[in-house]
Design a protein around this ligand. Structure first.
Ligand SMILES: [Ca+2]
Ligand SMILES: [Ca+2]
Length: 397
């Protein structure tokens, strides 16, 4: 039996490497408590007995739980004909890949420090799928050499598929405590596409010194799924929040994991480009405003007119047509857009001073190139009467 269990574990681990199991639903359960946990797997027959707490010091095994963690369990002793309990037919919701019926089992003698179930004592598990005839699938027996006992944490397991529809027998060989070969866990797996399932469990015991204890019968539905992969190449400004919520602030290749639609992992390769936000500082030189950021797209805005775009003013520098006003620039640097503060210009005083004598038609810098008015540097003013003056207008603001 040992070799069989080892082979089974290998098959299970192989399937785990191919698929991830993501949804496990409890479809029905029976914990044999006075108020059973839900969803309750009801039964139509009468339990021979129930017990809770822990075995006495004079029994075997002394102090061992009678139900899982000392809870209430179904107890059968001295029922020569077997205490067959039919658990109600469960209608299986569609969508499951696999179904499992499982329960925990202990074999004890609650009356003395030796004894326990024998070769002719058993726990038989039968199932009926889609209302077909019952199939006897698993039979746990006492030891071949009789008089054996084991607790709920013994290592042996009887884990089978529903097919072949023939009986598999699991039992220890030797008498006495069976921590390795004692079968404490029974499981039968079914395909997920069946419509209904019912089971009969029959513990049989010849004498009062041969106790079977059964607890936590559960029917579970499992949905299997596979991990998926995806890749994206987002371009972000300053920082990027990945689908999982992780924030990245530098360009690079990252991997992010979120649940996919089926509930398994979706692994996303993120080839991220993070661009900086533009420098929104503006240098004011007389009537001219210049954005400090180079190599960007610009749109100058009229702060006094709900930040309306000023038609045609898309250069790095801007000289307003009106003498007073408040202006800002919207800067687009590789898709990262930000707007400067508003800069207030008041050229009225200077302009009045310039216009106090004669109308200026052109301003040149000292190299002779036409320029805008700027305070605090020498400029050549050409008037409408053809005269010209070189002067510095001091702006003390
Ligand atoms: Ca219980
Ligand atoms: Ca016995």
């Amino acid at each position: 039996m040992k070799r069989f269990v080892l082979l089974l574990l290998f098959v299970l681990s192989l399937s785990f490497s191919l698929k991830a199991q993501n949804v496990i639903d409890t479809l029905a359960m029976q914990d044999f408590e006075p108020v059973p946990a839900t969803p309750v797997w009801n039964y139509s027959d009468t339990l021979a007995d129930t017990l809770s707490g822990y075995a006495s010091a004079t029994s075997c095994i002394p102090g061992t739980p009678l139900g899982i963690n000392g809870s209430t369990a179904w107890h059968v002793a001295a029922v020569g004909g077997g205490n067959a309990i039919t658990f109600d037919t469960i209608v299986i919701p569609s969508g499951y890949d696999s179904l499992y019926v499982s329960f925990h089992l202990a074999a004890l003698n609650l009356l003395s420090s030796t004894g326990g179930p024998d070769n002719l004592d058993y726990v038989l598990v039968q199932y009926s799928v889609d209302s077909a005839a019952y199939v006897s699938r698993v039979r746990i027996r006492g030891a071949i050499n009789n008089n054996c006992f084991w607790p709920y944490d013994a290592a042996g397991q009887a884990v089978v598929s529903y097919l072949p529809a023939t009986e598999s027998v699991f039992q220890p060989t030797n008498s006495g405590l069976q921590m390795t070969e004692g079968i404490s866990y029974v499981q039968i797996s079914f395909p997920g596409n069946i419509s209904s399932l019912s089971i009969i469990i029959t513990p049989r015991s010849s004498t009062s010194s041969d106790s079977w204890l059964i607890d936590d019968l559960v029917l579970t539905g499992a949905i299997w799924c596979s991990n998926t992969t995806d890749s994206i190449a987002p371009v972000a400004c300053e920082s990027y929040t990945a689908p999982s919520g992780t924030v990245f602030t530098m360009s690079g290749l990252y991997y992010d994991t979120i649940p996919n639609a089926a509930g398994c992992d979706s692994i996303i390769a993120i080839n991220l480009t993070v661009n900086p936000m533009p420098d929104t500082s503006v240098v004011q030189a007389g009537a001219m405003l210049t954005a400090s950021q180079t190599g960007a797209s610009y749109q100058w805005l009229d702060c006094d007119n709900s930040f309306a775009q000023i038609t045609g003013e898309t250069g790095q520098s801007f000289t307003p047509a009106s003498m007073t006003g408040s202006y800002a620039v919207e800067i687009d640097l590789s898709g990262c857009v930000d707007t400067s503060a508003c800069y207030y210009l008041d050229q009225t005083g200077i302009d009045e001073w310039i216009n106090s004598e004669k109308q200026v038609v052109k301003i040149l810098d000292i190299t002779g190139r036409e320029t805008h008015f700027r305070p605090n540097i020498p400029l050549i003013f050409i008037y409408e009467d053809g005269t010209r003056e070189c002067k510095i207008v001091f702006d003390e603001r």
